[in-house]
Ligand binder design. Structure first.
Ligand SMILES: [Zn+2]
Length: 342
């Protein structure tokens, strides 16, 4: 009997081209990957132009993919799209997207599969950033990872036992919407006192404005030429890095609150590494030292944190994009995303 190579290895995959897409409120970015390599072969970017409505945005997504894809997109093994939450990755639905007006229960997966002619998978952008950092960034080699992204909002993702935690409807790991301060400031979601309402870049800028308007002394006044309405989280971060005591104290207070929440998350998930991504995390130890101190203070036992480093992300702005590519690779290979039976 004569065996061909395919009889030994199984059928060869038709293609090893994967495309990751990061769908943001301002820009759509896409990257082309080959095989298991997480370094993009090429990248493209186009404005989202959300005000034009979702049909136009779908057109822009398709065009951003065509900019780097093969002439016939049927040759692509899989496209992963990192979208704003909340979304249902099982059904491929964007449930609601605050930055994309009119996007309610939108069947993004189905529409894009019809347009492109290849398999499409979608995921929450923070969850996919967690997937990217786990597979190719600061979480490499770990099986249990806690990822938080601190930027204009706060998102996160949990890898547990070597797989991305999604939850029953795929809505899991919204760590920014954990209660941090009862009856605290109103959150972007409408509830009060969530971590995002206190510790996001937006919240840091808002708190600084209130304190400065009440007379606090800080170099920030010079940085905004006296116009305190111009104070943002980024400016507070800039002042903290320049040694401004007011800004450093504010960032430390925020770090303490984040650290308390992280201690709770260590109790829940027992990760072996905690990774901080997003613009605010780029402050490094100015933010992370207070986080680490609070984790030590509020953990029920040192076994939770002693062998669990708290580090900054390795992939920067590309985490979501690389994670979207990783989603396409994982789903195409393993098909591990549970199918909806209802
Ligand atoms: Zn919230």
């Amino acid at each position: 009997m004569d065996f061909g190579l395919n009889d030994i290895l199984g059928p060869m995959p038709a293609s090893s081209i994967f495309i990751g897409v990061d769908l943001g409120g301002t820009n759509i970015r896409a990257a082309r990957f080959s095989g298991d390599n997480h370094n993009p072969e090429s990248k493209s970017k186009r404005p989202t132009q959300a005000h034009q409505g979702y049909t136009a945005v779908m057109q822009h997504i398709e065009q951003t993919i065509r900019d780097i894809g093969p002439p016939n997109l049927k040759e692509v093994a899989g496209v992963g799209i990192a979208g704003p939450g909340p979304l249902d990755p099982y059904l491929g639905l964007v449930l609601r997207a605050p930055n994309l007006p009119g996007w309610e229960n939108l069947p993004l997966k189905k529409i894009m599969e019809e347009r492109l002619g290849c398999p499409v998978f979608i995921g929450n952008d923070a969850n996919l950033a967690a997937l990217g950092e786990w597979k190719f960034g600061a979480g490499r080699g770990h099986n249990d990872v806690l990822y938080l992204t601190i930027s204009t909002g706060i998102g996160g993702g949990v890898i547990t036992g070597g797989r991305l935690l999604l939850g029953a409807r795929g809505l899991g790991a919204e760590v920014g919407h954990m209660l941090a301060v009862p009856d605290g400031p109103v959150c972007s979601c409408g509830q009060r006192g969530h971590l995002e309402a206190i510790a996001s870049g937006t919240a840091i800028g808002r708190t600084a404005q209130v304190k400065l308007k009440a007379g606090a002394d800080s170099k920030i006044r010079d940085l905004v030429k006296g116009d305190l309405n111009q104070v943002t989280g980024a400016i507070v971060g800039q002042a903290a890095q320049a040694g401004d005591a007011f800004a450093q104290k504010l960032i430390a207070e925020v770090g303490t609150i984040i650290g308390r929440t992280v201690a709770s998350l260590l109790h829940a998930y027992n990760p072996s590494v905690v990774i901080f991504g997003g613009g605010v995390s780029m402050l490094g130890d100015i933010l992370l030292e207070p986080v680490r101190a609070a984790v030590r203070e509020y953990s029920m036992s040192a076994v939770y944190w002693r062998d669990c480093p708290i580090v900054t992300a390795a992939l920067g702005d590309d985490a979501g994009l690389v994670g979207a590519g990783a989603l396409a690779m994982e789903e195409t290979k393993n098909g591990r995303m549970p199918k909806d039976e209802g």
